[in-house]
Design a protein. Structure first.
Length: 233
């Protein structure tokens, strides 16, 4: 009534003004209430294992998701199964027999496995540093010839002796044990070529096959064809 008499407002206008004032007051209260500071709860610590991916049991066993085994470290074995070789050691050794050896073993390892050579055996011409192959036969102290050579190949050494005067040998000449004088007795092989054969044998750890004779300096196809039936590894 006072506002109506004072300002000359009609009742309808006065009611509208009152509604606007009430709405403004409500908006101010809501805005103040939502903008008040609030306490924030610290997040719970998260363990590292909670987000770790679940391990695949196949990976733990060394198999990837494609089912392919992971390669084992180090170089692959070059010998028999499991990275081992089996050699036959016979002749003038203390314990002749068949011995398993690790891949990469040398003639000296085979002799050591057989208890060593007997007293008085001459090892001249035996390359004890030569790397052995699986199934090889090492014959110590036997004269050169087919009887001293195993079915799968080997080395007859320690007992190769020269013949009368010229150093001739009976049977095929062993490329791994023959001396320069014995190689010199072969047709079309002189002292120089014989020395080349011995040098190749020393540098490459011996001959694994007669075919390697082609790689010796001075031996061509024709000369190799003449020497092939007269020699053995």
């Amino acid at each position: 009534m006072w506002l109506q008499l004072r300002c000359g407002l009609e009742p309808r206008t006065l009611a509208a003004l009152a509604v606007v004032l009430v709405a403004a007051a409500v908006f101010a209260v809501v805005h103040f209430w939502s903008a008040r500071p609030q306490s924030v709860r610290a997040p719970d610590p998260v363990s590292e294992g909670a987000h770790a991916p679940e391990s695949d049991p196949r990976i733990d066993r060394g198999v990837d998701r494609a089912g392919t085994p992971d390669p084992s470290p180090g170089p692959p074995p070059t010998g028999g199964p499991g990275g081992r070789i089996v050699v036959d050691v016979s002749g003038k050794v203390r314990r002749p027999g068949i011995y398993p050896l690790p891949s990469g073993a040398r003639v000296a390892d085979a002799l050591r496995a057989a208890g060593g050579v007997r007293t008085g055996v001459d090892l001249t011409g035996l390359n004890r540093a030569r790397v052995l192959m699986d199934g090889e036969q090492v014959v110590v102290g036997a004269p050169p010839g087919p009887q001293a050579f195993g079915a799968t190949g080997g080395a007859a050494a320690g007992g190769a002796t020269a013949g009368a005067g010229a150093g001739a040998t009976t049977g095929p000449v062993s490329l791994n044990s023959a001396t320069v004088e014995q190689l010199d007795t072969l047709p079309e092989v002189g002292p120089v070529l014989a020395q080349h054969i011995v040098d190749y044998r020393t540098q490459h750890g011996g001959f694994r096959s007669v075919g390697e004779l082609r790689e010796v300096n001075g031996i061509g196809d024709r000369r190799f064809a003449d020497l092939q039936p007269l020699v053995r590894p």
